[in-house]
Design a protein around this ligand. Structure first.
Ligand SMILES: [Zn+2]
Ligand SMILES: [Zn+2]
Length: 611
């Protein structure tokens, strides 16, 4: 097993992917062949999970005789099966299905494998259009089928010997899934189940699943009033509410300040460009399906940008550049638009309009190594600032089809490698996984639940400098081609915020919290004092609100906790008298009375430490 696969298996459950039902598809091999190389725990689990999917299909077909069934593979942590049903399933249905599955497991009926000619199979599945389509896809003359009890399925196996071998499982959810992942085809209902060898492992998994649901950024985005989507006016486009925009602006302000500090220049470029720009860049040839249709301006085609590189190159080449000016580092928080199929859109993690923390570094050959190193250091600086301790580095090397010279590729790959090595960054080699224009480093963040999220990318480009013919004047007075590196550290700000929300479960550290403190007056007569406290804090840039609703103090404190506000400042007669506040934290801890000055000092220290 590859280290990546192994890690995914261990952390599991986020890669419930739509990607490879076909990988386990209708290939053909004997059970003995299969069993010979199936003795590890993973393989036992795969057999059990796939068998459970058959048992689930048997149950669903008994409850809905008119059901059409599609595919039901084993996946990480469990299994699913896709059904075409006369009505939508409810949670009550899942409970019934689960109960009936348990009865089949207790009955301990055998799984039996048979071979059939395709014609025989077509008769067997005459009422099952999805199965008929699958039969057509099988290579060769025969297919294998599996029976248990009265149920029969087209299937390559392998399965456990008897239903009684299926261990701890639970049906977890129902989701829509297009037949063959194709949004132009039938929408099916996919029932997911989790399955492990022991109840303890299943319980642990379900606990993590529950934790993940609590942290789901889409749910928290709603509950904390951070952002929304308005499908009816365009899916995959984020609307940032005041609190979400506040967090985002804090991130972007911090990002800009730090970029200036380490020697980047910040630029701003247009959102649309003429077709000729995208022709020169090659995007119209190689990237068109991700671009939106053109709009007409003065009878010319203009495209909204899917990338910023061609614009940044224009700024580089707006005048002659000398070797002395290099490296030139141009950075921009730039919103781009890319077409994504509506089926793959997912909250902030996969959207159609997103903001890259993009930069392009133009440098001389002798500067490349230091520049890559600086980019990695800068990346690590940001990760630390945002509370990510763990990340996974992938180094992707030359694919078969590529632009540029072999020696450039070799040099660039060496540079990426040694820059990682020099920092003690461990990486997985993704042999041949580079883009056609250059090798790259991709970095995935590991959040507190151990899930991986693609963030940073640092990419060499041997293509665009050629296409745009950019140069600098060398020490020898002649024109030379600079190296160009694309890099985004947070990646997409939208995705990064989605990751951040889940990482912190919405409880942002003080420096990022949209509301840092709520002042809670105990009675109406304390509202005036509460407002005075808030004014004093606002003067020192604390993001503070007064909760002057006509509610009981405990209800206000509970609401502030639900809103994950870091500090609650309760004020009553005693506090008004003493010029103090009674300080509570969102975790329930009570710090007692504190003068407003002491509180302010504490808040400022905490913000500076980014905790
Ligand atoms: Zn099967
Ligand atoms: Zn770029």
């Amino acid at each position: 097993m590859s280290p990546d696969k192994e890690r995914r298996e261990k952390q599991g459950w986020n890669h419930v992917s739509l990607s490879s039902p076909w990988a386990r598809g209708i290939f053909f091999r004997t059970d003995q062949e299969t069993r010979d190389d199936m003795d590890s725990k993973d393989e036992r689990l795969t057999r059990m999970r796939h068998s459970a999917s058959h048992i689930m299909a048997e149950t669903v077909l008994s409850l809905f005789p008119e059901a059409k069934f599609a595919i039901g593979p084993a996946i990480e942590n469990g299994f699913y099966y896709d059904f075409d049903l006369p009505r939508s399933l409810t949670p009550e249905d899942l409970a019934v299905i689960e109960q009936k599955m348990r009865e089949i497991i207790v009955a301990d009926v055998p799984f039996q494998r048979e071979e059939a000619s395709k014609d025989e199979a077509r008769k067997l599945f005459a009422a099952q259009p999805y199965k008929l389509e699958l039969i057509d896809d099988v290579e060769g003359e025969n297919v294998s089928i599996y029976r248990q009890g009265g149920f029969v399925d087209l299937c390559a196996g392998p399965h456990v010997e008897r239903t009684g071998e299926v261990k701890a499982f639970k049906l977890t959810s129902v989701a829509g899934a297009y037949w063959r992942g194709d949004e132009h085809r039938q929408m099916l209902q996919r029932i997911y189940g989790a399955l492990f060898e022991t109840q303890a492992e299943l319980d642990e998994y379900l606990r993590r699943l529950e934790d993940a649901q609590q942290r789901d950024h889409r749910r928290l985005g709603r509950e904390l009033d951070l952002f929304s989507f308005h499908e009816e006016f365009g899916p995959g486009l984020v609307y940032w509410h005041p609190k979400g925009a506040r967090v985002r602006n804090i991130i972007e302000d911090f990002w800009r300040k730090e970029h200036y500090r380490v020697g980047y220049e910040l630029i701003l470029t247009p959102h649309i460009g003429k077709a000729s720009l995208w022709q020169t860049s090659g995007h119209l040839d190689f990237y068109k399906e991700s671009m939106y249709s053109p709009m007409q301006v003065d009878e010319q085609d203009y495209y909204i940008k899917p990338m910023n590189c061609p614009f940044h190159i224009q700024i580089y080449s707006s005048r002659t550049r000398s070797y002395r000016e290099l490296p030139i580092r141009l950075a921009e928080m730039a919103t781009v638009y890319r077409y994504e199929r509506s089926g793959v859109l997912h909250g902030l993690l996969r959207v159609r309009g997103f903001t890259q923390d993009d930069a392009h570094i133009f440098c001389r050959p002798d500067q490349v190594e230091a520049e890559i190193g600086r980019a990695l250091d800068f990346m690590m600086f940001f990760f630390k600032a945002f509370g990510f301790e763990d990340y996974h580095v992938y180094l992707a090397t030359a694919p078969d089809k590529r632009a540029g010279l072999a020696e450039d590729w070799r040099m660039a790959e060496d540079v990426l490698r040694s820059a990682c090595d020099a920092r003690g960054l461990r990486y997985d080699l993704d042999q041949g996984g580079g883009v056609f224009y250059g090798p790259k480093i991709d970095v995935k963040l590991l959040d507190v639940l151990g899930r991986e999220w693609q963030c940073t990318t640092i990419q060499f480009d041997f293509n665009l400098p050629e296409r745009f013919g950019i140069t600098y004047i060398g020490e020898d007075g002649r024109e030379h081609r600079p190296y160009m590196v694309h890099r985004a550290l947070l990646g997409s700000v939208e995705r990064f915020m989605g990751v951040l929300i889940e990482h912190y479960g919405g409880a942002f550290p003080l420096w990022l919290a949209p509301v840092q403190a709520v002042v809670v007056p105990i009675a109406d007569r304390h509202v005036e004092y509460a407002c005075g406290v808030a004014e004093a804090l606002k003067k020192a840039d604390v993001r503070v609100e007064v909760d002057d609703r006509n509610e009981r103090m405990n209800a206000k404190i509970r609401d502030a906790q639900l809103q994950k506000v870091p500090y609650m400042l309760v004020v009553g007669d005693k506090e008004a008298e003493a010029g103090s506040v009674n300080v509570r934290l969102r975790n329930g801890e009570n710090l007692g009375a504190m003068s407003v000055d002491d509180l302010l000092a504490r808040l400022q220290r905490e913000v500076a430490e980014k905790t």
